[in-house]
Design a binder for this molecule. Structure first.
Ligand code: RP5
Length: 160
């Protein structure tokens, strides 16, 4: 049993440099999360066990990042009905287009909410997770509004 609302999973240690932005955004919003390396092709048994028990373990949203032949978000989505947000990690060979295409084109019936390639996607996955959780958490909704207002306030009227 986990005490975290959001699972942040990734296919490799090398994905952490991207996925830590999801974790940091969740942290900034005061959302409990648990970060794990779960590879669809290197640790398939770990992936299966994680996804099958994710709901019973108390997770409400899963953020899954992977690069290259990025089957992790789709495979996890096939194994749980929790919302899954996929983050295409920027790959060296194809700059993340391979990751994006691997994640975004799920056949009808098994959804993965696919974000932008890289850091923007990881950050926005956390914000989407926050928006989902805020539907039933008024205090979090206020924190999310404040987070967004701070970004608005940070935009100068004119360039310097
Ligand atoms: C994928 O292969 C991972 O998600 C990672 O983005 C990519 C490369 O993994 P490493 O070779 O760096 O472990 O499974």
């Amino acid at each position: 049993m986990s005490t975290a609302d959001v699972a942040v999973i990734m296919g490799s240690q090398s994905d952490w440099e991207t996925m830590r932005h999801a974790a940091e955004t969740l942290e900034a919003l005061g959302i409990s999360h648990d970060c794990r390396i779960v590879s669809a092709h290197r640790t398939p048994d770990r992936m299966y066990a994680f996804a099958r028990s994710a709901r019973a373990d108390g997770f409400k949203v899963i953020i899954a990042g992977a690069g290259g032949a990025a089957h992790l978000p789709g495979m996890v989505a096939a194994l749980t009905s929790l919302p899954v947000f996929g983050v295409p990690v920027q790959s060296k060979a194809l700059s993340g287009l391979d990751s994006l295409y691997s994640i975004v084109q799920m056949p009808a019936g098994i959804p993965v909410g696919t974000l932008a390639i890289g850091v923007a996607g990881a950050t926005n996955a956390a914000l989407l997770a926050a928006a989902v959780l805020a539907l039933s958490d008024p205090a979090l909704a206020e924190r999310l509004d404040a987070w967004r207002a701070a970004r608005t306030d940070a935009v100068a009227e004119r360039p310097v």
